[in-house]
Structure formats: structure tokens, C-alpha cells
Write a protein that binds this ligand. Structure first.
Ligand code: ATP
Length: 608
């Protein structure tokens, strides 16, 4: 008997249910009911189903992504439904969602035969094929594949298929919800049914925590799911452990505005201060077979960007060091003066096709954490222990590899002096970290209060700079007529999956910046704002709108409550948002995706 394959229509029905509610609990229930069925009928199909739910094709570090452009998708819709491109464009301008346009175009089309029903495995593997097509006539080959799926779509399938191809489902399915639902489903299918309600709730809560924590250490469904189905939950941690080759989502820090805030937070605890280096986060992995990888803050494999580091690494290891995961900052370095160079220098380094002999900007690696060493995961150990391990396993090497400078006094004057030294050494400030005990463990993917960042600029001011998404632009005047003169920026609300406007920005750019931004953004112009742009009732209207593709670091002098901007709406006022006063462009954040932008919650939590 052929094995059972989950119909795509079943998945799309679940998507529809999730899209029609905003209640996290209901969304979880819909997912659980789908996952339980799949675990019972075809457990081998669960991994693909999960990838479809989070709209990914593989773990982040493998780097295969969807994100097919609107014009290509419109061509595929036009060709598979026989509709006119002009008409399609008009429909799209009216409704703002290409998925809905595809669905409506299909339902107005008459067909003689009912096509064979799509299945989840078939759609998944075709999406993967589409993402992998490169080279000659890639466009038309992609269109053919997409058409093949579109003609077989029924009911609401075309809507979700197109959104999956665009790379964003936007139905409120956060990955954390998918993980909770997965944990619940596994408990329910393993449960003998004899447990009391209270005991069951307790088990479910523990299961969700366990699954999330294991996923944070091993963000790979292909490994997590089989282990989850095979072993009792209490063995999952030990059966599915972190390992070199699989990047963890890095631990993040909370901003603080003064050293007294820092002392208040850590009162009665041991803590340590480290220089906060201003470069690019690098997680360096060494496997027992000697292979090495360097991953970015976003788990992107950037080994080819740093051939120089890859080549020198062996020199820094003690002979006993066989495998490890290091958390570091790669910083631009002046070999003659033996000093750190500012971030701006690092940003001029090539990011693609880097050949070692052509490298002009040298980097030094500053290691601040060791997460795994010689087969031993260290996440749960306190920083004090991890730092010892780091020092046991590596050797500082002139001009190449250093331990992050640290200072362990809790006297405010000593900390102030250390902060001043960090600034004169071309660093951004300090990282202050819990040093001993349970609070000093490494918490992957968390913005934890066990790590505080103190930047020179935020002392006494508004706090951290913000990382915002550019969603629109205003044509320039005078000298700036051929480029954009100002931009509309937004923060991101992960709960509603919306971009909320926060300011108009026209300061801090060089002429060169403006030309470069114009060139890189003009390919992302869209005819009207996306339906997930939250603009308010009396919005600021830019001359052009963009897809959310770029994140910029922006500093500001102050914040104010405004009826024209929608950042953190509902947090400080039911209908008004927060806007930035005197915002200034600092840099493009290539290492952040639009969804990693400063969240509405972070904006709302900046005190006035
Ligand atoms: P976040 O990473 O908190 O979202 P961000 O990307 O804007 O914010 P920063 O606010 O500059 O980054 O602060 C955190 C970053 O500082 C880390 O991601 C890391 O790259 C860098 N860093 C430099 N020195 C250290 C250190 N000693 N310990 C930890 N991180 C450090």
C-alpha cells in the first residue's frame, strides 16, 4: 500500500483557520489537531509539514530560501490562469495580496477536469526545486514549476502557495507557537489517557519548555523531530545535544542607560565587565574531523567571507583542542599600530567572493565565550567556567586572536574607568555579564537580563540605537533630485507580523550613501503599501513604497507620542504611536533580517 501523504488542502485549511483568529491559544489548537493526525498517520511526513508551517525549506544555516519576486509570480499566475497581466496588476493594486489575487483568478477560471490533489510532500519538494534553480533561463524554469503547482490548486490553495513562494505566510504563525504545538502533540500521542487534568497541564508546560530549549541549542527539525518521536521527553536533552556544525542563535543583551542601572540589576550577584567590540558577531565551529565554519548572528554560513580567519585558526589552538564552538566578534584591525579600527572600516571589506590575497582590511578575532569544547556542551555552565575553558583551549596570538578584555570589580569608579578605556580603544562600550551561578549560563536566542550592554552614547540619553526597516521614500530636492532625499521607517511587531511606522529620516547620509541606497532600493519598489504595514488613520505618505528588505541602524535624540506614526501603538496610547525625534542614519545592518528589527515592545519599553 502506498504510504499516506498529507493533502496540501488539509494544511491550507489549517492556515485559513489560523489566519482568521488572533488568539494564540486557538492557533496552537489548530496546529495540534493537524500535528496529532500526522504523527498518527504518517510520522515520517512531520518534518516537511513543520517546515511548511514556518515557511522554510531547511535549517537557516543551509541558506536555501524562498522569496520569489512579485513580477515573476504574476507572470506564473497570468500564464496558468490565462488572465491578462494588466488586469492582474489592477487587482493586485486593489487588494494588496498576491495570494488572494491568485486564488480569485483561479476561481474565475473554468476547467474541464479536476486536477489531481496536491500533497504536502510534493509541494514542499517543488518549492525546494524552485529555490534551487539558478543559471540559464532560471526565470522561465521557475515559472514552469510554479505553473505546474498553480494549475493543480483548488479552493484556497493558490492563496497560500503564492504567499509561501513570496517567502512570508503572514498568518500569525510564529515559530515559538509551532514549537509549543509540536510539544503538545507529542505528549498527547504518547499519553496513556490516565493522567489528571492538572498533571497533563504540567506535563504540557514542561514539554513545551524542553522542546524550545532543545531547539535553541539544535535549531534543526531534521534532527529534533525523529528524536522527539523516538525517545521519552525527559531524554530529549541528552539524545539531541548541540554539536559543532549546527549554529545556535546567539544570546543577546539588554540595553541600560547608566552604570547605576547596571549595579542595581546585579546587586548581590557576581558579574564581570567586558569590552563591547564593534565589529561583526562570529560563531566559530570546529568539528572533530577538522572542518571549520564561521556563522553570522543570523546563522548564515560566512566561512567564505573570512578565508583569512579560516586559514589562521589552527595556530590559535592548544594541541588538546579538537572540537569547539566559540562566540566572538570579528573586528577590523591595524597590524602596524596594533589597534582596533572602527566598524566603518570593517564594513568596507568585501562580503562575497573574498580571496585571501586581495584582502585589504585585516580582522582580529576577540573571543568572549566558549559554548562547546572537546565533546562537552558548556551552555549550562556558568560564564566563569566557560571563560576558564576558553583560556585552556586557545592561545592569544598577536594581531590575530585575543580574549575579550575583562574586568571583575564591582566598584562604580573602576567600571567607569574601564568604560572610558573601552571607548578610547575604539570599542562601543561594555558588556556586563552575570558571572557565577545559574544565572550565568548561556541562553541561546534570548535577550537576557543576565547580559547588559552599556554604550557610551546611551548614557543619560534615549538608550540604544534602533534597527529599523525602510518601507518608503520621498524624492530628493535641490542637490538630491536624482536620489531619494528622505525615507519612511518602521519597527516590527512579531505578534501581529506588522511593520509600524516610526519616523521620517533624512539626516546622517553622505551623497555616496544616498546614491547607494537609491540603487539598492529601486528594485524593491511596490505599487502600494503592503497590507501588513501599519500606517494609522492620517499617515505620512511617501512618494514610493518598498518591500521590507533593508534594516538600518538609526539614532535619535528623543521620542514623542504622535498620531501620525504607529510604533508601539496601544502601549502608550490606544490610537497614537511613538515617533523618533531628530533621527539620524548610522549604517545598513546587513546582518539583520527585517524580522530582526527593533520590536514594538522594545520601542514601547524605552522610558520617557
Ligand atoms: P542585539 O544583538 O542586541 O540585537 P545589535 O545587533 O544592534 O543588538 P549591539 O547592540 O551592538 O548589537 O550589541 C550586541 C552585540 O555586541 C553582540 O551581538 C556582539 O556582536 C557584540 N559584542 C561585542 N563585544 C561583545 C562581548 N564582549 N560580549 C558579547 N557580545 C559582544
Amino acid at each position: 500500500m502506498a504510504s499516506y501523504r498529507v493533502p496540501y488542502s488539509v494544511l491550507c485549511k489549517t492556515f485559513e483557520l489560523c489566519e482568521n483568529t488572533t488568539k494564540r491559544l486557538e492557533i496552537t489548537e489548530y496546529l495540534v489537531s493537524l500535528f496529532v493526525q500526522v504523527i498518527e498517520l504518517t510520522p515520517e511526513g512531520l518534518v516537511e509539514l513543520l517546515y511548511m508551517c514556518i515557511n522554510k525549506l531547511c535549517p537557516d544555516y543551509e541558506g536555501l530560501e524562498l522569496g520569489i519576486g512579485e513580477s515573476l509570480l504574476m507572470k506564473a499566475i497570468a500564464q496558468s490562469t490565462g488572465r491578462d497581466m494588466k488586469q492582474l496588476k489592477l487587482d493586485y493594486t486593489k487588494c494588496g495580496d498576491l495570494g488572494t489575487v491568485a486564488k480569485n483568478s483561479k476561481s474565475s477560471q473554468r476547467t474541464l477536469f479536476k486536477p489531481k490533489a496536491l500533497t504536502v510532500p510534493h509541494v514542499f519538494s517543488t518549492l525546494k526545486d524552485v529555490a534551487q534553480i539558478t543559471g540559464q533561463s532560471a526565470q522561465s524554469r521557475k515559472i514552469d514549476k510554479i505553473k505546474g503547482l498553480l494549475v493543480a490548486c483548488q479552493e484556497n490553495e493558490a492563496k497560500y502557495l503564492i504567499r509561501q513562494l513570496e517567502g512570508k505566510l503572514r498568518i500569525g504563525l510564529a515559530e515559538q507557537t509551532v514549537l509549543s504545538a509540536l510539544a503538545t502533540s507529542v505528549v498527547l500521542t504518547k499519553d496513556s489517557g490516565k493522567l489528571s487534568k492538572q498533571q497533563k497541564e504540567h506535563d504540557l508546560a514542561i514539554a513545551a519548555d524542553t522542546v524550545k530549549s532543545v531547539y535553541n541549542q539544535m535549531p534543526c527539525y531534521d534532527m529534533l523531530v525523529p528524536a522527539l518521536l523516538k525517545y521519552p521527553l525527559n531524554q530529549l536533552q541528552e539524545k539531541c545535544t548541540m554539536r559543532p556544525g549546527i549554529p545556535l542563535k546567539p544570546m543577546l543583551a539588554h540595553p541600560t542607560k547608566s552604570l547605576t542601572d547596571v549595579l542595581d540589576r546585579f546587586e548581590g550577584h557576581t558579574f564581570t565587565c567586558e569590552f563591547k567590540y564593534d565589529g561583526e558577531r562570529a560563531q566559530i565551529h570546529r568539528l572533530p574531523d577538522g572542518s571549520t565554519m564561521i556563522y553570522s548572528r543570523n546563522s548564515e554560513n560566512m566561512s567564505v567571507r573570512y578565508p583569512d580567519v579560516m586559514q589562521k585558526l589552527n595556530k590559535w589552538l592548544k594541541p588538546t583542542t579538537t572540537s569547539f564552538i566559540l562566540d566572538c566578534e570579528a573586528v577590523a584591525w591595524d597590524r602596524e599600530q596594533k589597534c582596533i579600527l572602527p566598524f566603518q572600516v570593517l564594513s568596507t571589506r568585501k562580503r562575497k567572493d573574498v580571496k585571501e590575497e586581495d584582502i585589504k582590511v585585516q580582522v582580529a578575532i576577540f573571543a568572549f565565550d566558549c559554548l562547546y569544547l572537546n565533546g562537552e556542551p558548556l551552555l549550562r555552565k556558568p560564564l566563569q567556567y566557560r571563560r576558564e575553558k576558553l583560556r585552556e583551549a586557545f592561545t592569544e596570538t598577536e594581531n590575530e586572536f585575543f580574549y575579550a578584555r575583562h574586568m571583575d570589580s564591582n566598584n562604580i569608579e573602576d567600571i567607569q574607568t574601564f568604560l572610558d578605556v573601552s571607548i578610547t580603544s575604539n570599542c562601543e562600550g561594555l558588556m556586563v555579564k552575570s558571572y557565577d551561578g545559574e544565572e550565568a549560563s548561556y541562553e541561546p536566542s534570548k535577550r537576557s537580563r543576565n547580559w547588559l550592554k552599556v554604550k557610551k552614547d546611551y548614557l543619560g540619553g534615549v538608550g540604544d540605537s534602533m534597527d529599523l526597516v525602510v518601507i518608503g521614500a520621498f524624492y530628493g530636492r535641490g542637490k538630491r533630485t536624482s536620489v531619494y532625499g528622505a525615507f519612511l521607517l518602521a519597527c516590527y511587531d512579531p505578534d501581529t507580523e506588522e511593520y509600524q511606522t516610526i519616523c521620517k529620516l533624512g539626516t546622517g547620509f553622505s551623497e555616496e550613501n544616498l546614491q547607494q541606497l537609491h540603487d539598492s532600493l529601486k528594485d524593491h519598489i511596490i505599487e502600494k503599501p503592503k497590507r501588513f504595514y501599519c500606517l494609522g488613520e492620517n499617515p505620512v505618505k511617501p512618494d514610493v513604497w518598498f518591500e521590507p528588505v533593508q534594516v538600518w541602524e538609526v539614532k535619535c535624540a528623543d521620542l514623542s507620542v504622535s498620531p501620525r506614526y504607529m510604533a508601539a501603538v496601544g502601549q502608550v496610547d490606544p490610537s497614537k504611536g511613538i515617533s523618533l525625534r531628530f533621527p539620524r542614519f548610522i549604517r545598513i545592518r546587513d546582518d539583520k533580517e527585517p524580522e530582526d528589527a527593533t520590536s514594538s515592545e522594545q520601542v514601547g519599553s524605552v522610558s520617557f
